[in-house]
Design a protein around this ligand. Structure first.
Ligand SMILES: CCCCCCCC/C=C\CC(=O)SCCNC(=O)CCNC(=O)[C@H](O)C(C)(C)COP(=O)(O)OP(=O)(O)OC[C@H]1O[C@@H](n2cnc3c(N)ncnc32)[C@H](O)[C@@H]1OP(=O)(O)O
Length: 290
């Protein structure tokens, strides 16, 4: 092929790649912001879907992002993808949890919808029939940490922080999160971590088993994630999924049956003046750091 012909072919290929990218964007567009808050990319060879939070720099969760994430999880299940890698497009953050601006002086109906959408995502992720892995490409705090915990395997980059810091903010951890944490780390470590609202470094998280592996960089994390998902390639999906759900039954039942109670309790903690003060203090402190 001569060089002009090669250039032409490359241009056509690039155009097609862009078209595919655009299509997946359009599929995931948020009606409220007209921006893709979740990006889904499917590897046709492996059948694995990579789902990424796309709200840089903090990948923190708004109501619209959670609603889009919920739809993406439905899509991964209904399209029968072979597994899901969860990550973010932010350079140093997997997710900083719920957007604190959503929690500051909130409108109660929106706050309820936010928590309900968050629980819906947790239920879908925690009980999915397809295998899941979190490629934690940076910090994972609060709701971001719990979403990673809902996956079956966690691979994290060095020099990052991870933890459920809710008690530090004046929000009690729901009973369901205690059981979910105990499914991953020892009961003793879980009690200390959740009562203190501890945030761990990558090395500390590996030591207590909160994460399973450390990757050198995001590319390595994605490669390691594919390797984990490939373990299940020859295992029949239904048998695997049902077995997974038996292990997770207690948490799934609590999430599903206590949904309304959890929403009420969360709204009450968030509206508490002491919690409001702590959200404002975090945001002010971050501003003053500069
Ligand atoms: C079935 C249900 C079970 C439920 C189980 C429990 C699950 C809990 C669910 C939800 C609770 C929550 O998520 S509450 C929110 C938790 N998040 C936080 O407390 C904030 C976490 N953020 C951080 O710790 C740090 O920002 C970081 C480690 C992520 C990054 O640190 P870094 O030093 O790089 O950056 P800064 O701290 O200076 O921040 C930069 C910039 O971002 C803003 N920011 C950070 N996080 C948030 C956030 N969550 N919401 C809104 N804004 C955030 C910060 O204010 C700075 O903004 P400015 O540049 O404007 O000052």
């Amino acid at each position: 092929m001569n060089s002009t012909c090669l250039q032409k072919t490359t241009r056509i290929l690039n155009k097609n790649v862009f078209k595919c990218f655009l299509n997946s964007h359009i599929r995931n567009q948020s009606s409220a912001t007209n921006q893709s808050l979740i990006l889904t990319d499917v590897n046709d060879k492996t059948g694995f879907a990579t789902v990424a939070f796309n709200r840089p720099p903090m990948s923190n969760f708004t109501l619209e992002l959670l609603q889009d994430f919920s739809k993406s999880l439905d899509e991964v299940e209904s399209k029968n993808y072979k597994g899901m890698i969860l990550t973010s497009t932010s350079p140093t953050v997997f997710s900083a949890g719920l957007d604190l601006k959503e929690l500051l002086n909130p409108e109660p109906a929106r706050l309820k919808a936010l928590r309900t959408a968050y629980i819906d995502c947790c239920i879908k992720l925690y009980s999915s029939m397809y295998p899941t892995v979190a490629a934690i490409n940076g910090h994972a705090i609060g709701g971001g940490c719990f979403i990673a915990m809902a996956c079956e395997y966690r691979i994290m980059l060095p020099n990052s922080k991870i933890g459920l810091n809710e008690t530090q903010l004046g929000i009690a951890i729901p009973e369901v999160a205690v059981h979910a944490t105990r499914n991953i780390i020892s009961s003793r470590d879980a009690e200390m971590a959740l009562t203190l609202g501890s945030v761990f470094t990558t090395d500390e998280a590996l030591k207590i088993g909160l994460i399973d592996e450390v990757a050198e960089n995001k590319e390595d994390a994605l490669a390691k994630s594919e390797k984990f998902l490939s373990l299940f390639k020859k295992i029949p999906k239904r048998a695997r999924g049902i077995t997974k759900q038996f292990f997770r039954k207690k948490v799934i039942d609590l999430m599903t049956n206590n949904r309304e109670k959890d929403v009420e309790a969360f709204v009450s903690y968030v509206m508490n003046p002491a919690s409001q003060k702590s959200f404002q203090a975090f945001l002010d402190e971050a501003k003053n750091k500069k």
